[in-house]
Design a protein around this ligand. Structure first.
Ligand SMILES: [Zn+2]
Length: 432
């Protein structure tokens, strides 16, 4: 019995070895092969799996819908992409933005790149964006998922075991955060554990959370620098991206900083980026024409909208920072002003006395400015109305809440609640 099953086991291991573990991790980058590039058999399977996984991912996450931004990101990718990589007919890049205020980006091996709104909102210029995209593109071009998978199999550590370990870790972090009362934070992390546990998105786990290991991550960094330099980007900006991530990882919410993988190494990476910058001449930071640069025009909406996500999570510091930047780029965007109003209200709730009154006044100001620019947006009317209600200014509250009901779509979630307020105001004779 034992003997027979042992023999079967040996046979199975042998087959497994033939299929996988004997495969070399020494594969050339796609750009080194160029037009004649053909995926290996296990690579074809890997691409199929990653397309399958991507479909599940897309059902789960919210894609940030901004064709101008997508276009801009793809143009940067096009500029970074070496001609020999662009020449292969089998892989072309596609970039999508995920509505997530966390600092992350990842790539599927068949060329799908993902960037979170949270990471985009932290970028200060196109060269920093190129740092992120160049790194992710190198994972694809240098076939890191294939190499990772082969080496993981060689070491008999299945991707699945890693994924489960990661999911358990994320789930326990999430539970701890919830116990500490950080529900917003827990909700964030749950998106990730959902992906890992519910869907078993092993490739996303490796690409987005675990990283590909020290050697391949370093290769991705250097591949990114090389592409940046070849296309005239300022590689000195790479160091700033890493520094930002280092700051993020030093905060208590370190779980969110996944981009570039393992955290203890971040200092080493800052140093190697600096060293690379020293030894390679670099493009100047690209200066722009008068007015807003293309970078600012394309990124401003996502910086603003990421602030809304942070507001919902109660991450007021991050939201304030983003709104300040969005406002500096465009002082008359009613949505930015409306969000600033919401921020001030949230800040007011955390204090009292004079400070609270000041913040509420600032909120009122911001909502009124938003209305002056766009009187058809219902949200600031609702907020002004509720503020007035709390203050005891019934007539004003009545007018604004009525305007809100006139303007908001029939399916708006809070219409019933607002109607209740109005009924009460009418009953008490405030709505003449
Ligand atoms: Zn990476």
């Amino acid at each position: 019995m034992f003997f027979r099953s042992a023999r079967r086991l040996v046979a199975q291991l042998l087959v497994l070895c033939l299929l996988t573990s004997c495969a070399t991790t020494n594969v050339p980058p796609i750009s080194a092969v160029g037009q004649g590039f053909e995926p290996t058999r296990d690579e074809t399977r890997l691409w199929q799996n990653s397309r399958e996984e991507e479909r599940k991912l897309l059902e789960k996450v919210t894609i940030y819908d901004d064709p101008l931004l997508d276009d801009y990101l793809l143009a940067i990718v096009g500029r970074l992409n070496p001609p020999a990589m662009a020449a292969n007919p089998l892989i072309s890049y596609r970039v999508r933005v995920i509505e997530e205020p966390t600092l992350n980006a990842f790539a599927y091996p068949h060329g799908s790149l993902y960037v979170h709104t949270g990471l985009l909102a932290q970028m200060e210029n196109e060269d920093q964006l190129a740092t992120v995209l160049g790194h992710e593109m190198t994972h694809v071009e240098n076939r890191h998922m294939l190499r990772y998978q082969r080496s993981a199999r060689n070491k008999q550590v299945g991707l699945f075991a890693l994924a489960v370990a990661g999911a358990l870790w994320a789930a326990s972090e999430s539970a701890q955060a919830a116990r500490r009362g950080h529900y917003g934070k827990a909700a964030r992390i749950d998106v990730l554990s959902d992906l890992l546990i519910g869907l078993g998105l092993q490739l996303a786990f490796v690409a987005a959370v675990n990283g590909y290991g020290r050697e391949l991550e370093r290769e991705a960094d250097e591949g990114g620098f090389t592409k940046m330099q070849a296309s005239g980007y300022d590689t000195r900006q790479a160091e700033k991206v890493y520094q930002k991530l280092a700051e993020e990882t030093s905060k208590p919410s370190k779980i969110e900083a996944f981009f570039f993988g393992s955290h203890p190494r971040i200092e080493e990476r800052i140093a190697s980026a600096r060293e690379w910058g020293r030894t390679h001449p670099s493009g100047e930071a690209r200066q722009t024409d008068a007015g807003l640069s293309t970078f600012e025009k394309r990124l401003r909406p996502v910086i603003r909208d990421d602030a809304a996500l942070n507001l919902d999570l109660g991450r007021l510091g991050r939201a304030e920072d983003e709104l300040r930047r969005a406002l500096a780029m465009e002082p008359r965007d009613p949505r930015t002003l409306s969000l600033i109003g919401r921020l001030k209200l949230a800040q007011a709730e955390q204090t009292d006395g004079e400070a609270r009154a000041d913040l509420e006044a600032a909120a009122q100001d911001a909502f009124q400015q938003a209305i002056e620019i766009d009187p058809r947006d219902p949200t600031p009317h609702r907020e002004l109305g509720l503020l007035a209600y709390r203050r005891g200014d019934g007539a004003f509250a009545c007018r604004e809440l009525r305007t809100y009901l006139d303007l908001s779509p029939a399916g708006a979630e809070d219409r019933t609640k607002i109607r209740d307020y109005l009924l009460e105001l009418e009953r008490d004779g405030h709505c003449r």
